[in-house]
Design a protein around this ligand. Sequence first.
Ligand SMILES: *[C@@H]1O[C@H](CO)[C@@H](O)[C@H](O)[C@H]1NC(C)=O
Ligand SMILES: *[C@@H]1O[C@H](CO)[C@@H](O)[C@H](O)[C@H]1NC(C)=O
Ligand SMILES: *[C@@H]1O[C@H](CO)[C@@H](O)[C@H](O)[C@H]1NC(C)=O
Ligand SMILES: *[C@@H]1O[C@H](CO)[C@@H](O)[C@H](O)[C@H]1NC(C)=O
Ligand SMILES: *[C@@H]1O[C@H](CO)[C@@H](O)[C@H](O)[C@H]1NC(C)=O
Ligand SMILES: *[C@@H]1O[C@H](CO)[C@@H](O)[C@H](O)[C@H]1NC(C)=O
Ligand SMILES: *[C@@H]1O[C@H](CO)[C@@H](O)[C@H](O)[C@H]1NC(C)=O
Ligand SMILES: *[C@@H]1O[C@H](CO)[C@@H](O)[C@H](O)[C@H]1NC(C)=O
Ligand SMILES: *[C@@H]1O[C@H](CO)[C@@H](O)[C@H](O)[C@H]1NC(C)=O
Ligand SMILES: *[C@@H]1O[C@H](CO)[C@@H](O)[C@H](O)[C@H]1NC(C)=O
Ligand SMILES: *[C@@H]1O[C@H](CO)[C@@H](O)[C@H](O)[C@H]1NC(C)=O
Ligand SMILES: *[C@@H]1O[C@H](CO)[C@@H](O)[C@H](O)[C@H]1NC(C)=O
Length: 461
Amino acid sequence: MIVLCILFFSLVPKKSLGAVDPYFQACSVPKTCGDGQAIRFPFYIQDKQNSSCGYPGFNLSCNNNGHPTILISNTNYTIHEIFFQNETLRVSNSAFSNPNSSCIPSINSISLPGGRFDLAPNQTNLVLFYNCNSSVHESWPSEFYPSCYGENDTVLALSGQDRKLISNVSMECKSSVRAPVDAYGGGIGKSLRNGFVLKWKASNCSICEDSGGNCGFDNIMYHFKCFCPDRPHAWNCPEIYPSCYGENDAVLALSGQDPKLISNGSMECKSSVLAPVEAYGGGIGKSLRNGFVLKWKASNCSICEDSGGNCGFDNIMYHFKCFCPDRPHAWNCPESVLPSNSTRYEACKPTNCGTDPNINFPFYVFGTETDRCGYPGLGIVCNRGKPVYRTLERQYVIQDIFYENQTFRLVDEEFSLIILAFLLLTSSPLNSLSLSSLPMMLNCFSLITARHHFLLVLRHL
Ligand SMILES: *[C@@H]1O[C@H](CO)[C@@H](O)[C@H](O)[C@H]1NC(C)=O
Ligand SMILES: *[C@@H]1O[C@H](CO)[C@@H](O)[C@H](O)[C@H]1NC(C)=O
Ligand SMILES: *[C@@H]1O[C@H](CO)[C@@H](O)[C@H](O)[C@H]1NC(C)=O
Ligand SMILES: *[C@@H]1O[C@H](CO)[C@@H](O)[C@H](O)[C@H]1NC(C)=O
Ligand SMILES: *[C@@H]1O[C@H](CO)[C@@H](O)[C@H](O)[C@H]1NC(C)=O
Ligand SMILES: *[C@@H]1O[C@H](CO)[C@@H](O)[C@H](O)[C@H]1NC(C)=O
Ligand SMILES: *[C@@H]1O[C@H](CO)[C@@H](O)[C@H](O)[C@H]1NC(C)=O
Ligand SMILES: *[C@@H]1O[C@H](CO)[C@@H](O)[C@H](O)[C@H]1NC(C)=O
Ligand SMILES: *[C@@H]1O[C@H](CO)[C@@H](O)[C@H](O)[C@H]1NC(C)=O
Ligand SMILES: *[C@@H]1O[C@H](CO)[C@@H](O)[C@H](O)[C@H]1NC(C)=O
Ligand SMILES: *[C@@H]1O[C@H](CO)[C@@H](O)[C@H](O)[C@H]1NC(C)=O
Ligand SMILES: *[C@@H]1O[C@H](CO)[C@@H](O)[C@H](O)[C@H]1NC(C)=O
């Protein structure tokens, strides 16, 4: 409890709402050199991104072909692909980049800056020999390739596996260079252009990212930083967010996983609500905007639909109906129906609010004379092209409807409008955020994917 209190007083942002930390803002958008690769922490494009957004030595340039390049021991290497999940990247010496040329340029051996980059496992070496004695030429005629310097110049390329052979040949040539390759196949030119894989070492960004921050580096303290909407933090963003209620209000957001922490938090704060979320990742704002998933229970529509009918509901008999071209039937349309004027049939065709998702049984759109096209309690309204589900106190935007497994994703309308990672809460809704405010859902829905719950706690100082 005491810990929570201290956290509370020290972390509540002093600045007024809406003033977003400039570092958070500067590092929030990944950039690209033009080839579509997103450049983000620990890398940054020197001319396009603030150096605080990446690690020292991970500065990149863009070449004329729109590819990022990195300078390692004074040689440009073209970056083909960055695998953030396992912290590797595939690069090749930019001198090999011209796919036109069949000649081999003269290059320097790579020397990796200690501590930052290592060769990934399973890389092999090619050894390139320059200015070799003609006797060697006679022994390995097919391993010689034209050099890019002078028409009589040739380069001998051998696999680096056979050390004895390499050392023999070395004595007969003026210089040699080791060129790592990921795989030796498709010819030496292709292998060299395909390059090799490096593993990098930098702080793991995911704890910061998962809390809604942008990873970066403090060049003065020479240490990793997590840039959060309020200010930079050491490793991750705090779980306390400003509320819309007033400058001195704050909302403490906790994952509902830890009952002890929750009960401590409850005692320290004035009120709390449970907000269901499908997954906790990318910060609380993102999690809330992503919403939660409900499963509905209603009659299976497919037997009616498959027979050519539109599903609906008879509010008087309080029972499922299958609206067929001729008239309503109990479950499905008879095989030969004569089309007549069945307004119900016409009215209950699938529709939408202007954009996805499609509105079909058991949902229906209010106010279009189609209140018998869906289940009671599943009427929705269209608001700015989006289907909105209203309860007595709250409005939820329906993001997706999965008819195949009877689930749909809801996002509290207020959260769906938040642009920043801030949690913006107005004064009233707190007590009504919980699922119990969905009275109509109580008997026909069950919450299926709320693996985590946030405790949103509003405290008035
Ligand atoms: C990086 O961004 C911060 C915050 O906006 C700014 O103070 C700093 O001057 C920037 N640095 C560079 C190199 O642009
Ligand atoms: C990265 O920064 C270093 C030091 O400022 C600089 O020498 C180098 O040219 C930069 N690398 C790239 C690829 O621009
Ligand atoms: C590396 O590539 C950049 C961008 O193409 C260029 O400006 C720079 O001069 C190159 N540096 C070297 C050492 O080749
Ligand atoms: C980074 O940390 C997360 C969570 O601790 C972990 O799942 C992930 O594998 C780590 N990434 C790397 C590249 O080590
Ligand atoms: C890294 O991940 C990529 C993409 O999943 C994979 O192709 C590659 O083999 C992995 N590299 C290593 C060294 O595990
Ligand atoms: C490749 O060769 C073609 C025709 O010879 C030429 O038009 C093109 O500019 C060359 N491309 C490069 C990258 O050198
Ligand atoms: C390296 O090669 C071995 C044998 O081919 C393989 O078992 C292993 O998975 C490879 N390691 C990586 C990281 O690709
Ligand atoms: C090249 O080989 C020949 C015969 O082995 C030898 O006489 C000559 O000195 C060698 N030249 C060089 C530069 O090693
Ligand atoms: C290449 O070798 C041939 C035959 O030895 C010679 O005539 C020619 O001048 C040489 N060219 C150059 C550029 O050295
Ligand atoms: C190395 O050179 C010696 C002397 O020229 C030769 O006898 C030997 O077979 C060579 N070894 C290899 C692996 O080519
Ligand atoms: C359907 O209604 C229209 C106008 O209400 C009428 O002209 C038409 O004859 C009707 N058709 C049938 C098959 O009843
Ligand atoms: C329902 O179906 C959608 C789309 O196929 C899928 O993404 C979702 O994971 C499914 N949900 C459940 C609970 O199976």
